[in-house]
Write a protein that binds this ligand. Structure first.
Ligand code: GAR
Length: 198
């Protein structure tokens, strides 16, 4: 069975949609571990309630600890609202096998310091008409890896950052499941920066 580990820092609503997709059979995957850099992340409780093994790691050695925790049987690492930057041997061992969901249309409104509500505030302040979410492979740069898929939403004149966050989050829940499904079914090929969906 295709085995994933999910990395979270907060509520875990993206984790929730992955769990639901596994339970309903949409995803033929096993969630081997949920790992957080925040001991109070809501997603940890959610995972524990489902009997999924959980880990909390913080500090400079987080990536090394994640590598040990996921072991050799993990096929894909899914960053679902994980705020620490991954680095080192983990990125080498899991080259093109770590995905991240970002709440904007990369390469806009991304990079260092662009997470959560900050992203949506920047989008609203700039006045763009479209935003959305991006699932991309993780490499050493922040939000720079090859793009797997994107979903768009309209940005309304009256939107607050919170309004936009809610609208984008709905699309994230669809996008993250779609991306895991495509990868688990071996329907993704990466060529340089470009990702082919077969
Ligand atoms: C999501 O909106 C995700 O895109 C964002 O954190 C939120 C986590 O929500 N990630 C980033 O901003 C990373 N740059 P969740 O815990 O409810 O899934």
């Amino acid at each position: 069975m295709f085995r994933i580990a999910v990395l979270i820092s907060g509520t875990g609503s993206n984790l929730q949609s992955i769990i639901e997709a596994v339970e309903s059979g949409i995803l033929k995957c096993e969630i081997g571990a949920v790992i957080s850099d925040n001991p109070n992340a809501g997603g940890l409780k959610l995972a524990e309630g489902k009997g999924i093994e959980t880990f909390f790691f913080s500090g400079k050695t987080t990536s090394d600890k994640i590598l040990i925790a996921v072991g050799e049987n993990t096929d894909l690492i899914v960053c679902a609202g994980f705020l620490s930057i991954l680095k080192g041997k983990l990125l080498e061992e899991f080259h093109n096998r770590i995905i991240n969901i970002h709440p904007a249309l990369i390469p806009s409104f991304c990079g260092k310091g662009m997470y959560g509500l900050h992203v949506h505030q920047a989008v609203v302040d700039y006045g763009v008409k479209k935003s959305g979410c991006t699932v991309h492979f993780v490499e050493s740069g922040v939000d720079t890896g090859p793009v797997v898929l994107q979903k768009t939403v309209d940005v309304l004149y009256t939107d607050t950052a919170e309004d936009l966050q809610k609208r984008v989050l709905k699309e994230e829940h669809i996008a993250i499941v779609e991306a895991v499904k495509l990868i688990s079914e071996n329907r993704i090929a990466v060529s340089g920066r470009k990702v082919l969906i077969k």
